[in-house]
Design a protein. Structure first.
Length: 405
């Protein structure tokens, strides 16, 4: 099998997927932003051929680079980077390669079209509209009322996402987002409730493996408050009856979109209005989330992904032995790190359950709250009991302090 992989070296996380493909004997060609001599040593050993392209979002530029790598042909074209999902699908269409279609890729990138399509398939979603001007957004607000969410149509995570409780806050969000016909924004009904995600690995028949996790607190709140030590908790109770409705919703979304032989990352809310679909990406979760699935379930999730991509039978099943969590400690302010407090007490209690962590060095620049989960100080833990995992993460978040000036 000859695989074209787009953006193989944007993060060390990408390497796991390359290793999965390589473990099955695949030939891997790649196109990326870096010149070949600037690729990391780890990724160089996983690639059979490589071309540099400084315009990865430009399908014509991608096509030219791919043509130099193609002989005899590609069997698959893959990427795990959200902005490249649509260009990869367009490239498949141009080269006649099977995989995620351009139509499905477009639906998974356009939050308003996505919700409209899924509402037509009986999936409970927030009301939403595409706003090409402030007037469009204000008309939706007049019709649906507040609070509302304003965000980019094809954004990533909760970046540039605004909760608007009234007209003044909506005006402020629109000033930041600047909706216009060539760059519309999404305006949505605000759904109150607990937030989490449901991820799948799909084969030719649909969902082969599934995982669920919870945010504490929700992403929008976590990104706005420095004092919060946000948590992600991957449950090992997914097979229990309490998750049945979520599993059914996730599978219904995957089947409606016709996603096969790939991965999905679906956000959801549960609150006074019940379980609601939020959005889905036709790619694996970011932030090294699949490493959490690997640790929690004692299996090679990357090889299982490659098997599904190639239409081959799976070799392993998730053990569901461990719940796994990630907790981030924010620095006291933006600047440079001056030290850490509470580490000794924290590790005395939680240390046996920490399998990975990062402590920025004194003098190291801090990273902004909008830069993701694995920045500044963070810990990842595993425990056989989900409730005790949550307690340990909360203890770490309350005990460890990172000072900055």
């Amino acid at each position: 099998m000859h695989v074209l992989f787009l953006a193989p070296d944007t993060h060390v996380y990408n390497h796991g997927f390359l290793r999965g493909l390589k473990s099955l004997g695949a030939r891997i060609s790649a196109v990326g932003l870096q010149p070949k001599d600037r690729l990391s040593p780890a990724v160089r050993g996983l690639l059979d051929a490589y071309r540099h392209c400084d315009r990865l979002l430009d399908v014509e530029a991608l096509l030219r680079a791919a043509r130099e790598l193609e002989p005899p042909s590609f069997d698959r074209i893959e990427t795990i980077d959200e902005p490249l999902v649509e260009p990869a699908a367009a490239l498949r269409e141009r080269l006649g390669v099977p995989g995620l279609s351009l139509r499905t890729a477009q639906l998974c990138r356009d939050k308003v079209a996505m919700k409209e399509f899924l509402r037509g398939h009986g999936v409970p979603c927030a009301q939403s509209t595409r706003a090409e001007s402030p007037a469009d957004a204000l008309a939706f607000a007049e019709r649906e009322g507040y609070p509302l969410i304003a965000k980019p149509l094809a954004g990533f995570g909760s970046l540039q996402t605004f909760r608007c409780a009234d007209r003044k806050q909506l005006d402020q969000a629109l000033e930041a987002l600047k909706p216009r016909p060539e760059r519309p924004v999404a305006i949505e009904e605000f759904i109150e409730g607990h937030e989490g995600f449901f991820d799948t690995l799909c084969d030719t028949a649909g969902v082969r493996h599934e995982f669920a996790a919870h945010y504490f607190p929700g992403c929008l709140e976590a990104n706005q408050q420095r004092w919060i030590s946000p948590q992600i908790a991957v449950t090992n109770r997914l097979q229990q009856e309490s998750y049945q409705e979520l599993r059914e919703l996730g599978r219904k979304v995957v089947d409606a979109l016709g996603i096969r032989q790939g991965a999905t990352h679906m956000e959801w809310f549960f609150g006074p209005k019940g379980l609601k679909f939020s959005e889905i990406g036709a790619r694996p979760a970011g932030e090294k989330i699949w490493d959490m699935y690997r640790v929690a379930n004692e299996f090679d999730v990357y090889r299982e992904w490659a098997l599904a991509v190639f239409g081959r039978v799976g070799e392993q099943a998730p053990s569901r032995r461990y719940a796994v969590g990630s907790v981030q400690i924010r620095p006291s302010k933006d600047g440079v790190v001056t030290g850490h407090r509470g580490l000794e007490a924290a590790l005395r209690r939680a240390g046996p359950f920490v399998y990975e962590h990062h402590l920025p060095k004194v003098g190291e620049p801090t990273r902004g709250l909008d830069k993701g989960w694995l920045v500044n100080t963070w810990f990842r833990l595993r425990h056989e009991d989900y409730d005790q995992l949550r307690e340990l993460m909360t203890f770490l978040g309350e005990t460890v302090k990172t000072d900055a000036r």
